[in-house]
Ligand binder design. Sequence first.
Ligand code: ADP
Length: 492
Amino acid sequence: MTLRLRLTLWYGTLLTLALTAVGLVGYVASVREQYLTLDRVLVTSARLVETGIRRSGRSYALEADTAGPGKDGIVMVLRSYTASGVLLDRSPTDPGLPETRPRDPLASPAPPAYQEVLPFTLPLPVASQDNLRAYGTLSVNGQRWRRYVVEIQRAGATVGYVEALTPLSRLDASSLHLARILLNVSLFSVIAVLVSGWWLAGRALRPVERVIRAARSIARSEDLAQRVPTGHDGDEVGRLPMTFNEMLGRLQAAWQSQERFVGDASHELRAPLTVMMGNVALLRRHPSLDAAERDEMLGEIETETLRLSRLVEDLLLLAQSDAGETLRLSPQSLTEITQEAIRDARKLANRHLITLEAADQPLIVSGDRDRLKQLLLILLDNAQKYSPPGTAVQVSLHQDAEGVRLSVRDQGGGIPESALPFIFDRFFRADPARQRATGGAGLGLAIARWIAEQLDAELLIQETGPQGTTFLLNFPASVAVPGSSGLGLGES
Ligand code: ADP
């Protein structure tokens, strides 16, 4: 069952219940009151006759001018009987009703007259203790008559009976009419609510419908560029398409970056493989090459193999970072790790003057020793790759109230401003033409930033220009382990 149908049925059921309850209570209360009023009129009329008979042996109420239809249009028939139950006198309003036995209602009183027109039985009012007065109901020619009989006693002996009768046909008909009106109005209201509920639910759920259609269409076409048309509704359901579109946007960006990553990675992997395969083919085809040429080719194969294995290692690390892998952190001496990284950088390419300016005592941060060293090597390697040989690369290490800062400053040509927003992106190179010369695949800074994030540190470009570039690694005070040294100068 659809949500729209379910909502509509809920509305309908609740309204039907409410209308039934209100209608029933209103109907019962109004009908009951009208029948009881009629009963009270019967009592008053019978009492009038009874009083007359008690006082003077007869009642004027039975005469034509007093016994006509009342102002309220109620026809009242009044009769008096002898002690043995023989009809003695009747008002001129009597349309010739059959004679009745006045003792019958006294022997078995009738239930309230409204009981007949109610759809259920109401609890009966407490019966009167006085068995000299009682109500009865007659059926004459298919019409109901309500009667009220009073037994008149004098000194304990019955002297006669008084009876008041009134037809119930008008009240019965009007009660039936009222019931029909209530039923029709309720039916009409329920149908109107079902129709408007169906329309309203459809309108309210339209954004959901649009999202479902878009999701189906995306699943069929695998086109994440599709968007759901958004309306102007600011409610929860109205915001759904916008939220869905935001999610699609993010999915599309993630998908595109994944595609780019796979494309770039295969491109990067292909380049060294092509060089290696070319050299191997040459060596096979020309077995008589002299030793120097063979050495050169084998050297190239070796360089490309190293490049390839570095690339595969970087890709693996990035894949781990994408998989949400985290580093195990423990207190590390940043000073010691920096000194070690500088030693390694010198070993790899000793064409720059790398200096370290640091505190005497070791600065301790929370980190992963190997990854921290990898980050520093990436910065030192870049500083050497992108600045002229013989220039200085200055590393400085400080701690102040805001935390621990490590900066790597080179005297290269700087990073073009247009490249700055992308410098930490995977496979991004500011100058792709220099790719082969530097041997970089554009993954270094992406890895460095991931490591920095893992250490809760910040890696940024402090300044860059024709005088050189300074990368800054910032460990906030909350990450720097307290108790490490103050400032000082040292040279490694
Ligand atoms: P690569 O492997 O190409 O060095 P990186 O991610 O480490 O990749 O660096 C991305 C790009 O940023 C480099 O290709 C280079 O253009 C630029 N870059 C990085 N460090 C420096 C620097 N110290 N000076 C100038 N340019 C730099």
